[in-house]
Design a protein around this ligand. Sequence first.
Ligand SMILES: Nc1ncnc2c1ncn2[C@@H]1O[C@H](COP(=O)(O)OP(=O)(O)OP(=O)(O)O)[C@@H](O)[C@H]1O
Length: 432
Amino acid sequence: MSDGDVLGNGAAAVEDEDTILSVQGLTKHFSQSDGMLSGLWDEPPVRAVEDVSFDVKRGETLGLVGESGCGKSTLARTILRLVDPTDGAVYFNGDNLAELSGSDLRECRRDMQMIFQDPQSSLDPRMKVGPIVEEPMKAHGLYEGEREERARELLEKVGLDPHHYNRYPHQFSGGQRQRINLARALSVNPDFIVCDEPVSALDVSIQAQVLNTMQELQDEFGLTYLFIAHDLSVIRHISDRVAVMYLGQMVELAETEELFEHPKHPYTEALLDSIPVPDPRATGTRSVLEGDVPSPIEPPSGCRFRTRCPKLIQPDEFSMSDDEWAAVREFARAVKRRTFEAADGQSVRAQFFPDGTPSGSAGSTVETAIEEIADDEWDAASERLVSTFADASICATEKPSYAVEPTVGDGEHFAACHLHREDIEAPAPADD
Ligand SMILES: Nc1ncnc2c1ncn2[C@@H]1O[C@H](COP(=O)(O)OP(=O)(O)OP(=O)(O)O)[C@@H](O)[C@H]1O
């Protein structure tokens, strides 16, 4: 594949007829304080979405997955310009949304609809269902004189009884309310629907039914979906391709089978490993991820996942064996968190380096840190280990962006991980 395809490099992607949406270097920062006092202090912003680029192909479902707080909703809202981007551009059907105004912008807004997680709160409880479905048609001045007929038709299409036109939202179940939302979104005949966790609030038994209806409607109306969910089984069921986000950035994007069967980013691997196993003896979800998600106010440099990554790459200047490098990292982590008692050097060595400390300058650094711990100078030891090993890794010094060879299929596979340094480096838009 060509370097720019996954990341959507400007005009080529925008002019591509198969591309309905092209997101380029999209960035959204929030100020930490709202209202009158905002901006008085020079507080660093919340970097909710940073430098995200991808294309959505006409007629596909692109799944967007990631843990809570990784920026999925902010990305969706920024794409639809419900919030203004800090940087970057969104092209819809080839038009830069930032440059549209007047009737062009209205038309574009009509073509891009959104449905939300909570079907209850997004429906006005005082309005009957029919008028709810007709509302967007009215707002856009469409289908005058045939709105009621169209609303009834759409209710039927989404699997509801058209005779329920005069009922109120509270008279419907959660799944039915989400179907009402679908009918409303469809009323203005959009091309593209952003679905933000549309089935997360529903019972599992209902989820599959609503997803199936969404797929039928997609085929019938030629819709394109950007489908956001944190539930990997939902994403796998509905998506043609899947994009994975971590801490405001895109870390992997590939066709669904490729991503689930052959993930190429350690974060995706960890997410997949934490899917609950259908084993009656298993106790809940297991997670191989260490530590907490860092703050989006001061995210790690380079690869944002590196502080939790089990595959952090050792700095080029060292040539430790895998076992030595694993021991050094475990030691550095334990020192940072002070998970063991300060003791003489020999017992620290016995605990972390039973086969001996590494040779060369890596070993000298470890030995100095062991001495510092024996002198109860934990902070100095931790700083030494972090600056020598973690901060000097390519994972900390360079932002990764690679186009990797897919294992199955011939689709594009983007992985933001330096383990793929041998693959083609895909040009990402510049950091801010
Ligand atoms: N208006 C805002 N002001 C400040 N920070 C915000 C605002 N909206 C979102 N954030 C922050 O931006 C980050 C991304 O939030 P976002 O809601 O987009 O994540 P998400 O992946 O959609 O999470 P969830 O699945 O829980 O909805 C979070 O750290 C959040 O606290």
